[in-house]
Design a protein around this ligand. Structure first.
Ligand code: NAP
Length: 250
């Protein structure tokens, strides 16, 4: 889910082959149609789903349809996400709540409808795209950072339960990847291109890595930052508060 642009699109293209059946979901169906054509050029059987992850019934119907057509499910990737700022002084919680809703409930809405089938099959992989922001607080994006902590922790809780049924649970935590989501971000250390990132993610999904921070420089940075006392973290966040986004702060 979240296949129309960025990381999801790059994952789809790299997964597309004649021995794969793909189900691609997002709201912008015209982008999915273009992507379907591209996947079919690689002889990949491809189904598209116009889906808003905030609507559970929508996700359940798509899951049932895909399972029926593909006769099962190997991997479900909850990649949909939005990155807008908190808009703390707008007088409305609408913006921050949309981030929390899409990035947390959108993940449960995407994944849970597939679990019953994976339980029957006694195999499968569930993948969530969390973020380095789940380790390092991002100024102006508290809702985003919190949502990415929430889904990583959700997966940590699910992992031992789902492993009883042969289901692997993988959290991917990217740093900065060059996609439409990061266009407005001014300061993007260790920025990676989306295709290189997608290939790295496919490799770790294959290896069933539990939590994967990408790229390696971000992995080192997150570990170091988490050793620091809170007042130093607060001061680093404070100092970076004007370097984060061009337009989207208030
Ligand atoms: N780029 C980075 O540096 C970075 C870093 C860390 C984590 N991430 C995470 O990676 C994931 C993909 O982001 P991206 O960078 O590839 O950004 P992107 O190009 O903006 O892609 C976001 C995807 O999520 C989908 N989406 C958003 N809201 C949705 C909704 N309500 N229902 C269904 N689909 C929805 C979008 O599709 P529609 O708009 O067509 O619905 C789109 O396909 C996100 O979860 C993001 O938080 C990205």
């Amino acid at each position: 889910m979240g296949a129309s642009t960025g990381i999801g699109r790059a994952l789809a293209i790299n997964y597309a082959s004649d021995n794969t059946i793909l189900g691609l979901g997002a709201r912008r169906v015209e982008l999915l149609e273009e992507l379907k054509e591209e996947c079919e050029l690689r002889n990949c059987e491809t189904f598209i789903y116009e889906n808003d992850v905030n609507i559970p019934l929508n996700c359940e119907k798509s899951a049932q349809d895909f399972i029926k057509k593909a006769k099962g499910i190997d991997i479900i990737i909850a990649n949909s996400g939005v990155g807008s700022s908190d808009h703390l002084f707008s007088g409305s919680s609408e913006k921050i709540n949309n981030v929390l809703h899409t990035n947390i409930l959108g993940v449960t809405n995407t994944i849970v409808p597939f679990l019953i089938q994976m339980q029957k099959q006694k195999r499968g992989k569930v993948v969530v795209v969390s973020s380095v922001a789940s380790f390092i607080p991002i100024p102006h994006k508290g809702g985003y950072s919190a949502s990415k902590v929430a889904v990583r922790r959700l997966f940590d809780s699910w992992r031992p339960i789902l492993s009883d049924y042969g289901i692997n649970t993988i959290s991917i935590c990217p740093g900065f990847i060059d996609t439409p989501m990061t266009k407005k971000i001014l300061f993007k250390p260790f920025l990676k291109d989306v295709n290189t990132a997608a290939l790295a993610f496919i490799k770790v999904i294959e290896k069933n890595k539990k939590t994967y921070v990408y790229p390696w420089q971000m992995n080192v940075l997150t570990k170091l930052i988490n050793l620091l006392p809170q007042f130093i973290i607060d001061s680093l966040v404070y100092r970076s508060k004007n370097r984060i986004t061009k337009y989207d702060k208030n």
